[in-house]
Each structure stands twice: as structure tokens, then as C-alpha cells.
Write a protein that binds this ligand. Structure first.
Ligand code: UDP
Length: 435
């Protein structure tokens, strides 16, 4: 007898595990779902991921990996709906999930793990109906985001805050990415601290490596990657990877780069700022607004805008960079920071949220308070002009990232699932359907 589930219904309403991360609504959540679902299945826990169908050509169910099935639920039109439109489709989505379960043998799913508050709403209903535990991961929280908005960014609506509050109350267990997020769940949403598990996300340590000879300074991997990407061996390469949205603050990097060039005009010949990712959300919706900003700042000759990178391309970018810059206003964790470090690239990140865990300041990179471009430029200048310091940080980065494997994440999830199951009790519930 174990309290581990045999089959988990994982809910990811607003974005599919098949979507390319780094554009639109796809980002770290997608990577998290893929990486954890695969590993849970390898450990004998089957996973079915329910996501909204966004094309008529999708099969109702498709295998993502052995033991991981993605179910495409029809809820509203396939195209033309943004994330903000989805609260109106939750009833349709929940109904699709219910119909799927009703067609299975009784007690088919032992546990529900919902990702993001929209999924939590559906998970709340399904857990109640099926009498199984609900485990929920927020990924981002409206009350946290609203405390740290970028200039001109739209606040998250009260409806989301209320919806999140309901999910916090309904969940048998909440999984927080960091101790700080656990505290925010308690302080801002009134979560019971005894029902919150802290489980760090991870990085695919087999994929994100320094490359080349595998030396800790990453020098060979860097040269190879630059040759592939067409980046000069002596370039000073600053890299931003992620969705183009105000919260991620790619504009702060561009402004800081302009400031840096004003201080050090001799760097212009070799400075390259690469922005890898696609548009998402409001404000900086179009990367064209960033292109315009680069032109206004007079640095467009130094900036490369790259479409969302997949496969080896992403790894090449991380290896090629001198520094990865993560100037976000708010970040639940920041997988990009971990991936860069695993590739032996130091990170200059904002001193916010999960980046405080993802980066070890002084060891694998540096944290910057605030978003004043002049201050960011000062950090960039100091690090770019000090090769020895960057080499030290590169070695520290590989070591720091090594502490964040997805296997460790799944160890933590298994403990959270066990805790949710062992404490599970619903009024009028029969026995929990865990064997
Ligand atoms: N990503 C990608 N290609 C890109 C940009 C980003 O595959 O061009 C991935 C990146 O590798 C990371 C995820 O998108 O795993 C972003 O996660 P993060 O936690 O940094 O930010 P989020 O998108 O969740 O806010």
C-alpha cells in the first residue's frame, strides 16, 4: 500500500505541452509540465495532460512520451482566444474533462495536479466530483505580479485574484517553486502553511551543458556555438531569452546597452545584444516596439532579434553568450537563468522572486536591485571587461545549476502527492481511490 498515485490527471488549460516555449502563452510552465510528466511516467505514475484544443487538426489524444498522454479538450473556438478570454471557457473545458473520465473505469485518476489558476478552477470541480486529492501549482500569482508591474503594464484583474483565492482554499496541497512563494501564498492568499510544499523546478542537465570538451569554463563550447550562430569570436554577447512582454523587461537590457555604449564607445565594434523569443501579452506585444526602441536608442546595429529558439539553437545561444541578462520585474522562478548557468554562462538578473534562488549572487552571477538602466549598465560594464571574473562565475554557474535537476523536482512532487493523499478527506467522501 502506497500513497503514491498510479495515474495523475494533469491540467494545463491555457497552454499545451506540445507548444514551443518562448512565445505567446508558452514558457516555463510548458517546460515544467513536459519534464515532470515524463519523469513521473518513468517512475511508473501514468500522466494524462488535459489542455485546450487550439486547432481542428489535433487528435483528441496524442502521446507525448511513454506513459504520458495529452488530451485535447474542445472548449470554445480553436483560434482567436487569448488567455484572458479563457475564464469564459472553463465550464466547457471542465465538461470535456468530466466526459473523458466518465468513459473510463471507475476511479481511473487517483490525483489531479493543476497548473496555473485557470486549471485550478477546473481541478477544484473535478477533484470534488471524483473524490480525489487536488495538488495545485500557481506558477504566477496576480497579487504578486500586481505589486511589481512594469511601466504601462496592465494589472491583473480582480477576477483572477478571486479565482486564485478559491483555488488556494480548494487545493489539498499547494506546490510552491520557492520558500518565498510559499510565504506569499500564506501572506497574500491565506494558505495554510501546513499544506504548502516547496519544490524547486529544475533544468535538463543532459541537454544544457557547457559543450565542447565539457570544461567548466565552457570555452570550447562557446567557440563552437559562436561559429554555428555567426557570432564573432571577440564579440561581447549579451543575451536575453524569453517571451517579449513588459514583465520580462527586455527594454531595460536595451536601455542599459545604450548606456554602456555611451560610457564605453570602444565596445560598439564588438557589442552584440541578442533577443531570443517571441511576442506575448500586452504592452510589448509586438517585437517591433523593441526594434523601434533599439533604433531610437541608436543601437539597432548591435541588436539581433531572433525567433523563439528550439532544440540545439537555444543551447548554442546560451553557450555563445558572455552574459545572460534577466531583468524581469517579477519572476516565479526563471528557468532561463538555470539553463544559462548549466551551459556555463553567468547570469545578471533582477533581485526579484525566484531569481534569488535560481542565481547564486557572487558565485554564478549577480543580482541587481531595481530597473535603472544606468545601474544595469554599470554591472554589465564591470563584468564584460573582466574576463577572469566571468570565468570564475562560469565555473560557479555550472556547479550551482547542477543542484537543480528535474529528478529532484519529481522527488519533491512525489512527496507532495503522498502528503496530499495521506491527508485527503472530503466530507462524505468514500475512501480515497488510491490503492
Ligand atoms: N524558451 C525557449 N525558446 C525561446 C525562449 C524561451 O524554449 O526562444 C524556453 C526557455 O528555455 C525556458 C522557458 O521558455 O525553459 C521560459 O521559462 P522561464 O521560467 O524563464 O519564463 P516563463 O516563460 O515561465 O515566464
Amino acid at each position: 500500500m502506497t500513497d503514491l498515485p498510479r495515474r495523475v490527471a494533469m491540467l494545463a488549460v491555457h497552454t499545451s505541452p506540445f507548444a514551443q516555449p518562448g512565445t505567446g502563452d508558452a514558457g516555463g510552465l510548458n517546460v515544467y509540465v513536459v519534464q515532470t510528466a515524463r519523469r513521473l511516467a518513468q517512475r511508473g505514475i501514468e500522466v494524462e495532460v488535459f489542455t485546450r484544443a487550439t486547432s481542428s487538426s489535433l487528435a483528441p489524444a496524442a502521446e507525448l512520451a511513454p506513459g504520458v498522454l495529452v488530451r485535447h479538450v474542445t472548449a470554445g473556438p480553436f483560434e482567436g482566444l487569448g488567455k484572458d478570454d479563457l475564464p469564459g471557457q472553463l465550464c466547457a473545458f471542465a465538461s470535456g474533462v468530466m466526459r473523458t473520465e466518465a468513459a473510463r473505469p471507475a476511479g481511473y485518476y487517483d490525483l489531479i495536479h493543476s497548473h496555473y489558476w485557470l486549471s485550478g478552477q477546473v481541478g477544484w470541480l473535478a477533484a470534488d466530483r471524483w473524490q480525489v486529492p487536488l495538488v495545485h501549482t500557481m506558477h504566477t500569482m496576480a497579487r504578486v505580479k500586481n505589486l511589481a508591474l512594469a511601466d504601462g503594464d496592465d494589472p491583473e484583474p480582480p477576477g483572477r485574484e478571486i479565482g486564485e483565492q478559491q483555488v488556494v482554499e480548494a487545493a489539498d496541497r499547494l506546490v510552491a517553486n520557492t520558500a518565498q512563494e510559499a510565504t506569499q501564498l500564506v501572506d497574500l492568499y491565506g494558505a495554510d502553511p501546513g499544506r504548502v510544499s516547496v519544490v524547486h523546478p529544475g533544468v535538463d542537465l543532459a541537454r544544457f551543458t557547457p559543450g565542447g570538451s565539457g570544461g567548466a569554463d565552457g570555452s570550447d563550447g562557446r567557440a563552437d556555438a559562436r561559429a554555428v550562430l555567426g557570432v564573432a569570436p571577440d564579440a561581447a554577447l549579451l543575451l536575453f531569452v524569453g517571451r517579449i512582454q513588459p514583465l520580462k523587461a527586455p527594454d531595460v537590457l536595451l536601455r542599459a546597452a545604450a548606456d554602456l555604449l555611451a560610457r564605453r564607445p570602444e565596445l560598439r565594434r564588438r557589442l552584440v545584444v541578442a533577443v531570443v523569443g517571441g511576442p506575448s501579452g500586452s504592452g510589448l506585444r509586438e517585437p517591433t516596439s523593441l526594434i523601434r526602441l533599439a533604433r531610437e536608442l541608436g543601437i539597432d546595429d548591435c541588436v539581433r532579434f531572433e525567433k523563439p529558439a528550439e532544440g540545439d539553437a537555444l543551447v548554442h545561444w546560451y553557450r555563445a553568450a558572455d552574459l545572460v541578462v534577466v531583468p524581469s520585474y517579477s519572476e516565479s522562478f526563471g528557468l532561463v537563468a538555470l539553463e544559462a548557468q548549466a551551459c556555463a554562462t553567468p547570469v545578471l538578473a533582477a533581485d526579484v522572486g525566484g531569481l534569488r534562488d535560481a542565481v547564486a549572487p557572487g558565485v554564478s552571477g549577480e543580482l541587481v536591485s531595481g530597473h535603472d538602466p544606468a545601474q544595469w549598465a554599470a554591472h554589465l560594464e564591470a563584468l564584460l571587461l573582466d574576463d577572469a571574473r566571468r570565468a570564475e562565475l562560469a565555473a560557479g554557474a555550472v556547479e550551482h545549476a547542477a543542484g537543480f535537476s528535474w529528478d529532484a523536482t519529481v522527488d519533491g512532487l512525489e512527496l507532495a502527492y503522498e502528503a496530499a493523499t495521506s491527508t485527503f478527506a472530503r466530507p462524505g467522501a468514500p475512501v480515497a481511490s488510491v490503492r
